[in-house]
Design a protein around this ligand. Structure first.
Ligand code: KG4
Ligand code: ZN
Length: 337
């Protein structure tokens, strides 16, 4: 018997994502992004994102179906990000998913965005080890999760107390005039710089928690750059970028491996947009190897927000025999894990 065909919809932030999977097989991953419409504001504008989702939804579903080579009526189940995320943006996806499910009389699964970021790796690297530890780092979240079972039991052990890791990249990029989104620009710039040039603070490094703090680091970078400018000296942009990036990835990898060690877990997954960072990947690989921990990082297109991750988790919920959501499923901007 064939596994069910699941269509997943993601609209929690600025990407309209529609994915189609069968079991652990990825059949389509269509994306429409409104990132360019937000660039001149230096960050995602919720109202602009919601409107863009509304316009992109239908066409993106069409593209995903075409890419998967299936008809809309072939879909066996629908999944949608119910939260966390921007309220208005989530609502567009949830309303669309309800309409699609209702029109075909097929089940609808509301899923947690963070759990979906974890689950997507199964499409690339096969079944997740049980348990594993997941670190999700993006513009909206920085979380450390213990994952005994991605369908049924995902526990949050820590998160950022202020800015998300990607948000820190974006804000520092603004200070350095590198544009939005800042992560890729800092990553590129940092390759020309010295990561040890400036000793920026590492918030909460050895505080015994699994939480992060990046706003002190962001402020320290801004102060450092301002002091240079006030003194009429040139700003060594590459060194600042490299030193800032090193401070972020040092704390991230240190805490992720602490969770593994404290819980006796030997598999670490890193996801979210910041997982595309080349220095984070390199340092995580180095520290995991030293600690005897296996590292899984999905390819960049699966790390950033997408519909395939939602379909992947929907597929997992179907396989686990869990009950679908009813058509009263709310969009919950602060949905807990
Ligand atoms: O997962 P994502 O696409 O969207 C959410 O925020 O949910 O992540 C986007 C974030 C942005 O803050 C962006 O600057 C950051 O991921 N990012 C990176 C890199 N590529 C994207 N940060 C550091 N290095 C990168 N190479
Ligand atoms: Zn995300």
């Amino acid at each position: 018997r064939e596994e069910p065909l699941v269509l997943g919809i993601e609209t929690s932030c600025d990407e309209t994502g529609v994915g189609v999977v069968r079991g652990h097989t990825l059949l389509a991953d269509a994306i429409a992004s409104s990132v360019e419409q937000h660039a001149r504001f230096g960050g995602v504008v919720p109202e602009v994102a919601s409107r863009a989702h509304l316009e992109a939804m239908g066409p993106t579903v069409e593209r995903a179906l075409a890419e998967a080579g299936v008809a809309f009526t072939d879909i066996d189940a629908f999944a949608v990000t119910a939260g966390p995320g921007l309220p208005g943006a989530l609502m567009v996806g949830v309303a669309a998913a309800k309409a699609y499910a209702l029109s075909l009389g097929k089940p609808l699964y509301g899923v947690n965005h963070l759990a979906a970021h974890v689950c997507v790796d199964q499409l690339e690297h096969g079944p997740l080890p049980k348990p594993c530890v997941a670190m999700l780092v993006s513009g909206g979240h920085s979380s450390l999760l213990l994952v005994p079972d991605v369908a049924a039991d995902v526990r949050s052990l820590g998160s950022t107390v202020d800015d998300a890791a990607g948000e820190a990249f974006d804000k520092v990029a603004r200070v350095l005039d590198l544009g939005f989104p800042g992560g890729p620009a800092i990553d590129r710039m940092a390759r020309e710089g010295d990561p040890a040039a400036i000793a920026f603070p590492r918030g909460k490094y050895n505080d015994g928690t699994y939480d992060f703090s990046f706003s002190g680091l962001k402020t320290a970078v801004a102060r450092w750059v301002e002091a240079r400018e006030r003194a009429g000296e040139p700003v060594p942009v590459a060194d600042v970028a490299a030193s800032f990036q090193e401070a972020v990835v040092d704390v991230l990898t240190q805490k992720a491996l602490k969770v593994c060690k404290d819980n006796g877990v030997r598999d670490l997954l890193i996801g979210g947009g910041v997982a595309a960072n080349s220095r984070l990947r390199a340092l995580a690989a180095e520290r995991c190897a030293a600690a005897g921990v296996r590292l899984r990082v999905p390819r960049p297109k699966l790390c950033t927000d997408n519909g395939a991750m939602v379909a992947a988790l929907g597929s997992e919920l179907v396989a686990a025999g869990l009950a679908p959501s009813d058509l009263g499923l709310p969009a919950d901007s602060s949905l807990p894990i």
